[in-house]
Unconditional design. Structure first.
Length: 290
C-alpha cells in the first residue's frame, strides 16, 4: 500500500532550464533521538533519495518500472532538479549520510517552475485554475513521500511534518497541495472511503479542484457513506493526517495504472491548520528543532 507516497511521474509543459542549487550548510530542521530531518545538501543525497523511492515504490509496492528505471534502480523525473528534497536521516546507522537516509518528501515551490511549466500534479488535476484564482498566494506542492518500512512510525512522520512546517514558515507558503493514494485501481472497491470524502471533505468553491475530464472517476457512485468508522479505517494514514490538519479533497479521483493506485487531490490552506497542530510543532517550528 502506497501509504507514504503521493505522486508519480509527470511530463513538463516546457523544457526545464534550471536546476536546484544545493546549500552544503543546510541546517537540521528537527531531531528526535538519532533521527534528524533537513533539506538535501548535494546531488548525491538527492540520488540516494531517488534510490529510496525506487526501493519503496517499485520493489515493495510493485509499481511498474520502465526499462531505464530497472537498470538505474532510481525513481526520478525532470522535476527532481527543480525541487527541494526533505530527508529523514538515521545518524545511528553505519556508513555515509547517503546510506543513512530512511525517508524523503519532495517539495516544489511555485516560483521554482520555469516559465510555461506546470506542477506535476497537473497531469491528473486541473491545478492551473486553482492557482489562477489565488494570484496573491504562494503554493507548495508535496510529493514523492516515502519512508522505509522499518521506520514507519509516529516519530518519523512527526519529523517529516516538522521539516515541512519549518519550510512553510521559512518560505511564507500559503497553500499546500498534492495527491494522496489508495491502493488499488477499482474505484468500486473503494466506494466507502471515496463516498466519505465526497460527503465530508469537499472544499468551499474558492479551493475547488477537479480531476481532468479524461481521467476523472467519481468520489463514490453517489450513495451515502453508511459507515464512517469503516471508511476512515480504509484510508491511508497520510490522507487521514491531511484531513486532521484541515485539508480538503478535490472533485473526482484518478486511477493510476502504473502505480496501481487511485489518487485524490489534497488542498490544504495554511490558514486552515488547526491551532492544535500549530502548537504541537510550535509557531516558529521549534518543538523538535535541533
Amino acid at each position: 500500500m502506497r501509504e507514504f507516497a503521493m505522486s508519480h511521474a509527470f511530463r513538463l509543459a516546457a523544457p526545464v532550464v534550471r536546476f536546484t542549487s544545493y546549500d552544503s550548510a543546510s541546517p537540521v530542521l528537527g531531531r528526535i533521538g538519532p533521527l534528524e530531518t533537513r533539506i538535501a545538501r548535494s546531488r548525491l543525497e538527492v540520488r540516494a533519495a531517488q534510490a529510496l523511492r525506487y526501493r519503496v515504490f517499485y520493489q515493495e509496492m510493485r509499481a511498474k518500472a520502465s526499462p531505464l528505471q530497472r537498470v538505474r534502480r532510481l525513481d526520478s523525473d525532470q522535476f527532481d532538479r527543480l525541487c527541494d528534497h526533505l530527508l529523514v536521516i538515521d545518524t545511528s546507522l553505519p556508513g555515509t549520510v547517503t546510506e543513512q537516509i530512511v525517508g524523503t518528501y519532495r517539495l516544489l515551490r511555485q516560483e521554482m517552475l520555469p516559465a510555461g511549466a506546470s506542477f506535476y500534479t497537473a497531469q491528473e488535476f486541473d491545478i492551473s485554475t486553482l492557482v489562477a484564482r489565488h494570484p496573491d498566494k504562494r503554493f507548495l506542492e508535496l510529493g514523492r513521500s516515502c519512508v522505509l518500512k522499518d521506520y514507519r512510525s509516529k516519530r518519523t512522520v512527526e519529523l517529516l511534518w516538522q521539516g515541512i512546517w519549518s519550510y512553510v514558515l521559512n518560505h511564507r507558503i500559503d497553500v499546500l497541495f498534492g495527491c494522496a493514494s489508495f491502493s488499488g485501481t477499482d474505484p468500486r472497491a473503494l466506494e466507502l472511503p471515496l463516498s466519505f470524502l465526497r460527503e465530508n471533505a469537499r472544499p468551499p468553491q474558492e479551493w475547488q479542484v477537479t480531476a481532468l475530464p479524461a481521467r476523472r472517476v467519481p468520489l463514490g457512485e453517489g450513495g451515502s457513506c453508511a459507515d464512517a468508522r469503516r471508511a476512515l479505517a480504509a484510508m491511508p494514514p497520510l490522507l487521514k493526517g491531511y484531513l486532521r490538519l484541515g485539508g480538503h479533497v478535490g472533485d473526482g479521483a484518478v486511477v493510476d495504472m502504473q502505480f496501481g493506485t487511485t489518487d485524490v487531490l489534497i488542498v490544504l490552506p495554511v490558514a486552515n491548520i488547526s491551532e492544535r497542530y500549530v502548537s504541537h510543532y510550535g509557531s516558529d517550528a521549534g518543538r523538535f528543532a535541533a
